[in-house]
Design a protein around this ligand. Sequence first.
Ligand code: AMP
Ligand code: ZN
Length: 461
Amino acid sequence: MELKLYNTLTKKKDVFQPLIGNEVRMYSCGPTVYKDATIGNMRTYIFTDVLRRVLKYNGYTLKHAMNITDVGHLVSDADEGEDKMIKSAKEQGKDPLEIAKFYTERFLNDLRALNIDMPEIICKATDHIEDMIEFVKGLVERGYAYETSTAIYFDVAKLDKYGILSGIDLNEQKAGARVELDKEKKNAYDFALWIKAPDNHLMKWESPWGLCYPGWHIECSAMGKKYLGDEFDIHTGGIDLIPTHHENEIAQSKGLTGKIPARFWIHGEYLLINGGKMSKSLNNVYLLNDIIDKGYNPLAYRIFCFSASYRNKLNFTWEAIDASNKSLIKLKEAYKKHLEGNEDVSDEIINEFENSFHRAINDDLNMPQAISIVWEVAKYNKKSKKMAELLLKFDKILGIKIDKMEENKEVIPKEVLELVKQRKIARINKNWELSDTLRHQIEEYGYKVKDLKDDVEIEKM
Ligand code: AMP
Ligand code: ZN
């Protein structure tokens, strides 16, 4: 069956075929590990995981690389500002690599909790400094880069066209009033490949241009080329990466190899919180752990992400997570019922459902459509093992562990457990008034405590 994917490069859904044989070579921009990944970041990795699973469902094998940005990149997407990793290191009084290791582990834990398949290659920027130096040297030799007193810059004017992903018109930009921060830059859109480190800079490496550290974009070009070749199949990331990071990756690769590194550029839309952006100042930055702490299965967040196409904005609310958690439980129950059933369902019906599901996922990963077919199968009036098998097959894409019932067990929120602990102490101290107040507080979370002889039982109301 034909697989179509929306390609930011061509601005349409293109039929996908790997460039070589049956193997899909794919690169995903990974996290900058100086703080915890948010559920917004996780939406992008869930979309990438669905893409991986859809490619496998279609019989392809994968060579998928994802970087870990552990050198930090500058605070804004442009070249100005303070290094994110170093800022975090200073704030926490730790070595930048310690910070990176800590947050990398937490990031990988989130991927595991969301049942996201690990990319075949996970590569850290700091392990690839030599590859980056070689890349920059190549660009200088080919005349695409120039040195200033502060950095090695990419010269965008040397390219036949800069801005093919986002449609930037350099001529128009020249006329605009863009403030120039570095007077030595030849063009406003020239970006730093390699930056000369000030004396007090924590992370820096020897290079032909002295002690330096990499610009943000060069790591992805260097690692993509190293692991996947000059031209590979798919490059993914969140939509915010289109105008700067991915545009610059394309520029770098075109400068060195003459080729756009990937044929398909696929971007995931943003997760919104209550209709707006997630931000520290609005106090609405959520982590996967916040969802887990409220007693939800993290896979409820996965199901929630399937309620919109990856190309549409998706609005996060706690009500929606609650509903997704219920859906998760219902789907697992439906699977079990089918597994225990012995009614007759014809192969034609099974094939029809399978085809509709396959058509949906192959239509640019249309998960809302795919999920509606999953529900049709789940609720099918005749209960049959064949239907259970079909749901298990669909779970190759859903990744909700539909056959694992024990995961339905309610996780009691840590706030409730804390109140129960305090209440136990109050009762030991015969402080009945406090014990009653705490019981009410527990009830406000939707839980009931039953006092047993030496213990308590906690139940959802
Ligand atoms: P970062 O660690 O900031 O480099 O981001 C990691 C990935 O998450 C990138 O692909 C971003 O485009 C993506 N991302 C950041 N914020 C959001 C959001 N609110 N919704 C979806 N994806 C996001
Ligand atoms: Zn990248």
